[in-house]
Design a protein around this ligand. Sequence first.
Ligand SMILES: C[S@@+](CC[C@H](N)C(=O)[O-])C[C@H]1O[C@@H](n2cnc3c(N)ncnc32)[C@H](O)[C@@H]1O
Length: 495
Amino acid sequence: MQISSTLALKSDLVRSLELIQKSCEENEEALASPSNSFWEQKNSGSYYTPSDACDFFWNQFFLLKDINSKEKAAAFLSRATFIEPSVGAGMFLFSLLKKIFSLGCSLDDAKNIQIHMYDINSNALSFVKERYNALKKQYGSHFGVWKFHHKDYLSANLPKLKDRYIVFVGNPPFIRNKPEAKWKNSFANFFEASYLYAEQAVDVAFIVPLSFNFSRDYAALRNRVLADKSTVFSVNFDNIPDCIFKSGKINSINTNKANSQRCSMVFAFKDGRARIYATELIKWPASERSRVFSSTPRYFNCSKILNFDQIPRPFSSDIAEYASTSAKSIRFSSLFCTSGCKLLNVATVARNYISIRETETNNCHSIAFDNEKAFFVGLAILSSDVFFEYWKTFGDGFHLTKADIYNFPISAELLDWAKEISPYTRKVWAKRLKYKKEKLNAGVVSVSYDLRGLFDFWSKDLAKSESTSTATRKHAVNDQFDAFMKELGYAGGKA
Ligand SMILES: C[S@@+](CC[C@H](N)C(=O)[O-])C[C@H]1O[C@@H](n2cnc3c(N)ncnc32)[C@H](O)[C@@H]1O
């Protein structure tokens, strides 16, 4: 009887929190811009996180901290203080409550929660307060200490909480800063202010633009976190076909009104363990959304991927391994790209393959090789699965830059393979019309060659079995979950 009433209360609490999350989503436009103006929303960076993405965020946070039982969750709540620097409608807080009750925590456990939240938008803070009060009224419990600060987070005096473990969570505003500012975008100010808040161990778990991982604009911020030997987990989300945000852009005249920002969930734990784990750039159609946000992505260990000045987005375990071991290999530029006369034209944009062009145009890189022999070795390397996966891992997802090509590390094995298959590469090139693709761009037809699948270095030794194809490797389910948890120092196994 006792057990069934506890279960009933738990499902009732979860249901109530789901309804609050729904109301956060429904009220986004009204809260983000009381005057119903796109500019008001944009200037305050008010694009709220949808409930499924926020639930995913907490699932990952708890998983990565190995909090997989009500006992561990209750212990964590009793020593942690959560700071939400830009709370909006409070989605992160209501989703946190849902997570702890789903894990089996009681109302008594919830009494230990301590939260400080900030926002410059008083309507948003009132909205959160109303829902918090309604919960208290409904359940006759106080859900811990919630402090509402109607302040600019970046100039506020943050509370001194020396005896608490501080967890900064949220989706800070992405607003373009003035040209003279330290960071190009305001999310970096929020990240820095939180990360540097105190000497003590803190966690900063934020949704940030994808470019945090690779842009030179944020290199100093990344390097600061990595120099501290912090643990960083980066989960990366593309924006096509679907994207994290489901709405946004008030009064937009575009058919697609969603804020299509590519984002990462970055979990930075100041624990001195010097670990970097990252996922590939996850892309999914809208029909797959619920699967993506209810499962655990595959994390690749990138701790040994050095010399690239990035947090990579590994496309496969092969490329993570390759980049880890070949950081000191010679780069493409030192082998090729001389002043030779045999040109290989490679398109400056890519998506599903590296596009080789017939002729030199504005939108391609023309790479000069000394002779035909070098040309065919270079062609095999740039058309290989290794180079494509390297670009998916380190590139920005659209552009293939000269630096992407020139900095590509060539392992001794890859070079030997490319030399060995030169007669084959020559034949493919002679028959390239078979792989021709034409595209009309601003009235001009561009001709390119799609050599996908013809230069698979990683399957070279495999007995051409379907089950070991590149595609199978890439889309393999996360069957290494236990190994991953063990690698993190946990016992392993799903909770
Ligand atoms: C991207 S929204 C995120 C809201 C909420 N964290 C979520 O994920 O749904 C950013 C929020 O930051 C608030 N904001 C903008 N500048 C701020 C500042 N300087 N200090 C505190 N809040 C700010 C906006 O009013 C908005 O509510």
